[in-house]
Design a protein around this ligand. Structure first.
Ligand code: SF4
Ligand code: MG
Length: 334
């Protein structure tokens, strides 16, 4: 399958009084047509900034794309103007974000907000727009759509507001949907329902989806591939199966230990990763994870680990997997 999105060596900085925050430090990954890719990591690892940069939604200044390419269907989005991006956003790339309360305008009815998207991107008005709005609300599982269109965001529950946002994001049949922590603000049962809905819609509409989450539990059974980010970099990437059963990066091991798993004995305790993500104004030398890594070696604090492909499509950046280190340890054992 062809790639719909290729992000290549993307670097994004934010100017602050204390110095430049290097939020995204050379991120490379791709998404195939119809594929679901999850970007996983703790908050502050650069996953949301990456998503917002793809949409060109980071405020510039203080944000700045320092280098890299974002190829969408082969066309680079980096040099595009906001005017050009406005045509792509919503129409070809849709986005659902974290907080359904702040993403909807509280002073406008759902019908007005959904109608605006249809008018701007598809030139739909009057009856045609209304028909499409009803169809969209039905598609995301909202009952009595005609009545609901006249209501305001506060008349919807959190889960229902998230459904409205999904309807808005899908209004123009985007080829790619970016869902940034789409279930974080919701309680567990509603989370499961929203994920189920996203899965169902992805299947039905054959879109590509990037799902961003700090919770690996969300990823299982939904994404085909997982990209693990730490301190503004991709540290591991592989099929969801590889990441769950054959992870190679100590940070991924940490993430896996901190989520409950159905295939595991309940008595296995959940362990959070100790320590905090590094300051991205002055990221640590070498591997950014070394101050928190139980497996850190001298070399980790000195040089950045190279990327190794451990099996087809499974990439990892950690000295434990680097051929150089494996040879050295083999020698030491001899
Ligand atoms: Fe740990 Fe070293 Fe691997 Fe970094 S490179 S994750 S510090 S073992
Ligand atoms: Mg975020």
């Amino acid at each position: 399958m062809a790639n719909i999105l290729e992000v290549k060596d993307l670097r994004v900085n934010f100017k602050t009084f204390a110095g430049d925050v290097q939020a995204v430090r050379g991120v490379t990954f791709s998404v195939k047509k119809g594929e679901v890719v999850a970007i996983v990591g703790e908050s502050g690892c650069g996953k949301s900034v990456t998503a917002h940069t793809i949409m060109k939604l980071i405020p510039t200044p203080p944000g700045k794309i320092v280098s890299g390419q974002i190829l969408f269907n082969g066309e680079d989005l980096v040099p595009k103007t906001q005017e050009q991006m406005a045509k792509i956003r919503g129409k070809e790339i849709g986005m659902v974000s974290q907080d359904p309360m702040t993403s909807l305008n509280p002073t406008l009815t759902i019908g007005t907000q959904l109608g605006e998207v249809l008018r701007v991107h598809q030139g739909l008005k009057g009856e045609a727009a209304k028909e499409r709005m009803i169809e969209l609300l039905k598609m995301v599982g909202i009952n009595q759509p005609e009545k609901r269109l006249k209501q305001y965001p506060h008349e919807f529950s959190g889960g229902m507001r998230q459904r409205v946002l999904i309807a808005i994001a899908l209004a123009c049949n985007p080829q790619l949907l970016i869902a940034d922590e789409p279930t974080t603000a919701l309680d567990v049962t509603i989370q499961a329902q929203i994920l189920e809905l996203l899965k169902e819609l992805q299947n039905k509409l054959h879109m590509s989806v990037i799902i961003i989450t700090h919770d690996l539990g969300v990823v299982a059974g939904f994404s085909e591939r997982v990209v693990v980010m730490y301190a503004g970099k991709v540290v591991e990437e592989g099929s969801t199966e590889e990441i769950f059963y054959n992870a190679k990066h100590p940070y991924t091991w940490g993430l896996l230990k901190s989520v409950p798993r159905l295939d595991q004995d309940r008595s296995v305790p959940l362990v959070p990763i100790t320590g905090r993500p590094p300051d991205l104004i002055n990221p640590p030398k070498g591997c950014a994870f070394w101050p928190r890594c139980e497996h850190a070696m001298k070399i980790c604090a000195m040089y950045e680990p190279p990327e190794t492909e451990v099996s087809p499509g499974h990439r990892v950046s950690c000295w434990l997997n680097a051929e150089e280190v494996k040879k050295l340890t083999a020698k030491a054992v001899d």
